[in-house]
Design a protein around this ligand. Structure first.
Ligand code: FES
Length: 128
């Protein structure tokens, strides 16, 4: 009787560790939209709780970034998109939408979020 009690505690602890490894605390996948709702070679602005995001789709490849320029943190969703590059409407910083890299300041990148697609649904991993 005593032995089986100890095993139960050990199993509970192992499950708890696995849970923390595969599902980090305060991170979760959020269903955003259907893949075909993201305009091809353009951006879609979405808001998840207090976080403003932009999603870009090039074919079946979707990227997601925080809607904030690295220069002064102004939103970039009103920027012009052309040839896979978004240009910030304020001071013209340019970013590659497939990588988030800034072409004006190569050490800077838009803050990116992991994306997964299940069927036709796009999910973004949001953490705090
Ligand atoms: S805020 Fe985007 S370039 Fe200045």
């Amino acid at each position: 009787m005593y032995k089986s009690f100890r095993i139960a505690i050990a199993l509970q602890n192992r499950q708890s560790i696995r849970h923390n490894l595969f599902k980090p605390k305060n991170h979760m996948w959020v269903e955003i939209t259907a893949l075909n709702q993201i305009p091809e070679s353009d951006i879609l602005k979405v808001k998840v709780e207090e976080t403003s995001l932009i999603l870009n789709r090039q074919g079946a490849n979707v990227t997601c970034y925080r809607n904030a320029c690295t220069h002064l943190e102004y939103p970039i969703d009103m920027g012009r998109v052309s040839d896979g590059i978004i240009t910030c409407p304020f001071h013209k910083y340019r970013y590659k939408l497939d990588t988030g890299k800034c072409l004006n300041a190569p050490s800077d990148s838009l803050e990116s979020y992991p994306v997964k697609i299940e069927g036709e649904i796009v999910f973004v991993e949001i953490g705090s």
